[in-house]
Design a protein around this ligand. Structure first.
Ligand code: MSP
Length: 515
């Protein structure tokens, strides 16, 4: 039996085009990119999807405010998100727009499946709606006349199709129970379960008071509720409704929908219910991450503190930004962005720890080993350090993989930093600058071990800081085809005598004044 290559399908939320990209969007996207790159290096065939959510009242209003027809408006604003993807170095395999024909076709096909299952009926909606959240609210949910999120609500009364969400309460609870890893983190999973236990009402899934959306098949006075339309994007990009297509067969169900905590309910309640109704497999995992504040304050246009991804990358560097976002806060929790925290993180971890290790090791090799990979001796102290670093013990790479599957980015980074700290201690203990005079062979052995640790660190860092890891591995003359996790194994160790390029600094320090 041939072993099919393992696949991994990961998605970002699709971003509303009413707004320009900001730190929050960048966060979700970078986290997904790191996972996508990790899985590729781990030998999987990956599909990484991002894109834009272009229908609905919110976008229609923004277009009207901009004095543009919605299609033209979305064409323009969607480009900002493509631009963000390139600024952040995202390795996405597809970029979906919900205004594309492939998506309109998929959303209508999904509607027809829900209808064929007997889960759609025509009725009338009378209740509150928040355009900002694109969500319906019960009177009892309102807080001081506003949505629980603080958004304005308006009264809506119109004919509407409904989805029989109430019929899925028990099935959803059974699904959560049987798949404890389907919603993470656990605290969020518990929130979802208690929400569903509290009872589900049928969901309004069409609108008639505006037109910017996908027509309901067979009743074109209605357009589809934007969340039903939007969630379907994950299927569209996997080739749906062609369930025989190779893409669908390789990639559906998705392995991970990454979302912010504010949109978990749509992904962990509505989406699985729609898929159950359509008799399609459910995504394996939804992870809800936390929110960032800026220097202690909520990010908002009115406060004028919205952080643009371009700005961060220009000021601190791409890899520095990516690193900070995933290292500073345990993924899942809320975090605070401050210039000081950014500067401290960059200096302590990247410049002083990893950067310093590389600088010290590579400049000694350049000066004292003729710019060639030195000769190892395999002393007990070398083996001890390498065993830590090489992630060869089956547990270490398995641990990192398990942590990544559960989005524990900060733990993986901590493990990489611990390797670097151990190597820095090793260099101090062995003191190759003294060995140079007393025992040159020992100096060579020390430097070989250090270079080998740096090679492993470089390989492991690739998903997080791809450009810097590339430079680091270039400095060790590691071939582009020798950088997957498979190559962490000692049989791929640096070959003595290999000529190395001139070393140069990779992680510069920054001063707080410049931050
Ligand atoms: N269009 C919907 C998603 C549809 S997915 C089928 C949407 N778009 S959004 O543009 O408003 O938000 C996209 C993501 O950005 C969400 O996951 C949200 O949590 C995230 N963030 C927005 N502000 C944020 C912070 N301040 N901090 C972290 N993430 C934040 O919702």
């Amino acid at each position: 039996m041939g072993m099919a290559q393992k696949t991994y399908y990961i998605t970002t939320p699709i971003y509303y085009v009413n707004d320009k990209p900001h730190l929050g969007h960048a966060y979700t996207s970078v986290a997904c990119d790191v996972l996508a790159r990790f899985m590729r290096l781990d030998g999987r065939r990956v599909k990484f999807l991002t894109g834009t959510d272009e229908h609905g009242q919110k976008v229609e209003k923004s277009a009207a405010n901009a004095g543009m027809p919605p299609q033209q408006f979305t064409d323009e604003v969607s480009e900002h998100f493509r631009h963000m993807a390139s600024v952040l170095g995202l390795s996405n395999d597809d970029f979906i727009r919900t205004t594309e024909p492939r998506h309109i076709k998929a959303a209508q096909a999904l509607w027809q499946r829900l209808d064929a299952a007997g889960d759609i009926y025509l009725g009338g909606y009378a209740g509150w709606y928040s355009v900002r959240d694109e969500a319906f609210y019960q009177e009892s949910e309102l807080v001081n006349g506003k949505a629980p999120t603080g958004a304005e609500v308006e009264w809506v009364e119109e004919p509407s199709y409904f989805f029989k969400l109430s019929a899925y309460q028990e099935k959803l609870l059974k699904f959560y129970d049987e798949n404890p890893g389907a919603i993470l983190p656990e605290s969020r999973r518990n929130e979802v379960i208690s929400f569903v236990k509290g009872g589900l009402r049928d969901l309004s899934i069409s609108r008639t008071t505006f037109t910017w959306g996908i027509p309901v098949p067979g009743d074109e006075k209605h357009i589809m509720y934007v969340w039903l339309d939007a969630l379907t994007n994950y299927l569209t990009a996997a080739g749906f409704p062609d369930t025989d297509s190779p893409d669908y067969n390789s990639f559906w169900p998705a392995d991970l929908h990454m979302v912010g905590k504010d949109i978990l309910r749509f992904h962990a309640v509505y989406w699985p219910a729609f898929l159950m109704s359509a008799n399609l497999p459910l995504p394996r995992r939804v992870f809800a991450h936390g929110w960032w504040t800026i220097e202690g304050e909520k990010m908002s246009k009115s406060l004028g503190n919205v952080v643009a991804p371009d700005h961060l990358v220009e000021k601190y560097g791409l890899d520095q930004t990516r690193y900070f976002l995933l290292r500073e806060v345990p993924f899942g929790q809320d975090g605070n962005f401050s210039r000081q925290a950014m500067a401290e993180r960059i200096n302590s971890d990247l410049a002083n720890n990893i950067g310093n290790l590389a600088q010290r090791t590579l400049s000694m090799i350049a000066k004292h080993c003729g710019g060639r990979v030195p000769t190892p001796l395999h002393r007990p102290q070398d083996n001890e350090l390498l065993e830590k670093a090489q992630v060869t013990r089956p547990t270490s790479l398995d641990d990192a993989r398990e942590q990544m599957l559960r989005c524990k980015f900060h733990e993986v980074l901590q493990a990489i930093l611990a390797m670097s700290s151990a190597a820095n201690e090793f260099i101090d203990r062995e003191a190759p600058w003294t060995q140079k005079k007393t025992d040159p062979a020992a100096m060579e052995a020390t430097l070989h071990t250090l270079a080998e640790v740096i090679r492993c660190i470089g390989i492991m860092l690739q998903p997080f800081v791809p450009d810097s890891a590339d430079k680091l591995l270039n400095q060790l003359a590691v071939g582009k085809d020798a950088r997957s996790f498979e190559h962490l194994k000692p049989e791929h160790a640096l070959q003595p005598g290999t000529e190395l390029p001139r070393p140069e600094g990779i992680f510069p320090r920054i001063t707080l004044e410049a931050a």
